[in-house]
Design a binder for this molecule. Structure first.
Ligand SMILES: [Zn+2]
Length: 160
């Protein structure tokens, strides 16, 4: 663990598509290590959705945050295994997503099929009476849903 502010600087980087949550809260950030001898910082991240163009932006934002915190010598590594899952989103991240009107994905259960129709609740009124309108919401990572109770459309983060 980095002794200085390197981890705090990286953890504060927000997701470029869902700007209310940080990459730490989304579970994208895996580790921040600082070499005590050289001061070099190595950041490890795991991409979220395949095809999400945000990862290049996230890498650039991490470098910018580290440079601003006095860690110009930094490397951002991407690891694909274990694969990111929506289970990695922290409770704080889920609460922020809900507050922003983005339905947080239900935790993926390892045992048996997940009743998807029951997993998506309206972030505004909490009603489970929702339907998918389009597989593609405002970004590739989100689907557009609509609440049958309050009629409000909302973005649903696709669960993996
Ligand atoms: Zn509703």
């Amino acid at each position: 663990m980095a002794p200085s502010g390197a981890r705090a600087a990286v953890a504060a980087v927000v997701d470029p598509e869902i700007r209310v949550v940080t990459i730490d809260e989304l579970g994208i950030l895996r580790s921040v290590d600082e070499d005590p001898a050289t001061g070099r910082v190595v950041v490890t991240i795991t991409p979220t959705y395949t095809g999400c163009p945000a990862m290049d932006v996230i890498r650039a934002d991490i470098r910018r945050a580290l440079t601003a915190a006095g860690h110009a010598d930094a490397e951002v590594r991407t690891i694909l295994s274990p694969a990111w899952s929506t289970d990695w989103i922290s409770d704080a991240g889920r609460a922020k997503l809900a507050a922003a009107g983005i339905a947080p994905p239900a935790p993926v259960r390892a045992d048996g099929p997940v009743p998807l129709a029951l997993a998506v609740r309206c972030p505004r009124c909490g009603s489970p009476e929702t339907e998918q309108v389009s597989r593609f919401g405002s970004t590739a990572c989100k689907a557009l849903w609509r609440c049958r109770s309050c009629q409000e459309p909302f973005d649903h983060l696709k669960a993996l």
